[in-house]
Design a protein. Structure first.
Length: 363
């Protein structure tokens, strides 16, 4: 074996010296420790690896003006801090979608350490996410999926099947299982919205007897933008004078529909996925008898813990793996309905007059 030289030799000789310091006092009552040793000790300290800069994890949201996305980031950044990493927020100024790929490419060039993304359009993102993966940058999707091959794992707020089917079941109860209703979504390409609408249509079709007196007049699209969603609501009220309910699986669309109906004084109800802090007046007035969601901050937090585990090599995203997620506890990777893998946060929560005053303070 080669004799150690240089810093390693000095480290070894100092180590022997320090061991003698421990042994000798028991024999000779003390240990000479002179300036040469101090220099050698400082040498060891100076050869210690400099403290590595913290990892930087980027969250690419659908639209930085969407309050739901800001709450995703709040949880994401808190969890990054808990893991000693830096958080970066990025995203288009609207949900038009085209800028997300450009933003991902810029983050790849910046060599961020990991990327989490809520997709506007999974097809449009594929090439840029493949560039990230090719550079060794771990990628997860959260809230809205990208293709399984473009991510290590998806962070799923709740089962898309449960969300879609529960929204139709709730719509049926609210409108007395008869009359005209419309769905107000965002865009046909948004992965989470498309999955929820698919399951809404499945529920209505699979149980056609139960819903035989309900007529779905349209699936309308408000782009996850308040004004566009409000305009779509006004158009639905004009085009379908017998409309009894609008169900909106988007926090922006649900708030826009509720506020537009209230302003127009129309006798139409709403339900869907909403932020309690947005919807409290409409829950209390009965315009929205009840609605559903999950805590977006927890979705963001779970994504950050997953990215950190991927970056540190304690997670690959394979089904069956367990990831530590702080206050959320340990979460398991399970198969997702798109053929990939996901980590599911939990089930949707229901918000109604009995609990809205509590939850509006939370998110
Ligand atoms: C909108 C977005 C988001 C969705 C929520 C419920 O803010 O479409 O992706 O999860 O609504």
């Amino acid at each position: 074996m080669n004799k150690p030289t240089g810093a390693l030799a000095r480290i070894n000789s100092l180590r022997r010296f320090l061991i003698l310091c421990i042994i000798l006092p028991n024999i000779f009552g003390g240990c000479a420790y002179n300036s040469t040793d101090r220099e050698q000790l400082s040498l060891i300290q100076s050869t210690d690896a400099p403290t590595a800069p913290p990892f930087t994890y980027a969250l690419v949201v659908k639209d930085i003006t969407n309050p739901y996305m800001i709450r995703l980031y709040e949880g994401f950044s808190d969890a990054c801090e808990a893991r000693g990493a830096r958080a970066r927020l990025a995203g288009p100024g609207d949900s038009g979608g085209s800028d997300q790929a450009q933003i991902v490419r810029a983050l790849v060039e910046e060599a961020v350490d990991a990327i989490a993304i809520a997709a506007n359009d999974s097809d449009a993102l594929s090439e840029s996410l493949q560039q990230a993966i090719a550079r060794g940058i771990p990628v997860v999707s959260l809230d809205s999926t990208v293709r399984p091959q473009d991510r290590m794992v998806h962070i799923q707020q709740a089962s898309p099947e449960i969300i879609g089917r529960v929204l139709i079941q709730a719509s049926a109860v609210i409108m007395g299982q008869k009359g005209d209703f419309a769905i107000l979504s965002t865009t046909p390409a948004m992965p989470n919205q498309a999955a929820w609408v698919k399951w809404m249509l499945y529920e209505q079709g699979a149980y056609s007897d139960k819903y035989r007196d309900m007529r779905l007049v349209e699936v309308a699209y408000g782009l996850d933008a308040f004004e566009a969603s409000a305009e779509e609501t006004r158009r639905l009220l004009r085009d379908w004078p017998e409309l009894k309910l609008i169900v909106a699986p988007t926090v922006v669309g649900l708030r826009a529909a509720a506020e537009t109906i209230a302003r127009e004084g129309a006798d139409v109800k709403v339900t869907g996925l909403g932020l309690p802090s947005d919807m409290e007046p409409h829950i209390k007035s009965g315009l929205c008898p009840w609605m559903y969601l999950w805590n977006p901050s927890e979705v963001g937090s779970l994504a950050a813990y997953a990215l950190d585990a991927l970056k540190r090599g304690t997670l690959t995203g394979a089904v069956g793996e367990i990831v530590y997620a702080g206050e959320l506890g340990d979460k398991v990777v399970t198969p997702s309905e798109d053929g990939g893998a996901e980590i599911v946060l939990g089930n949707p929560k229901m918000f109604d007059p009995t609990n809205i005053m509590l939850w509006k303070e939370v998110f």
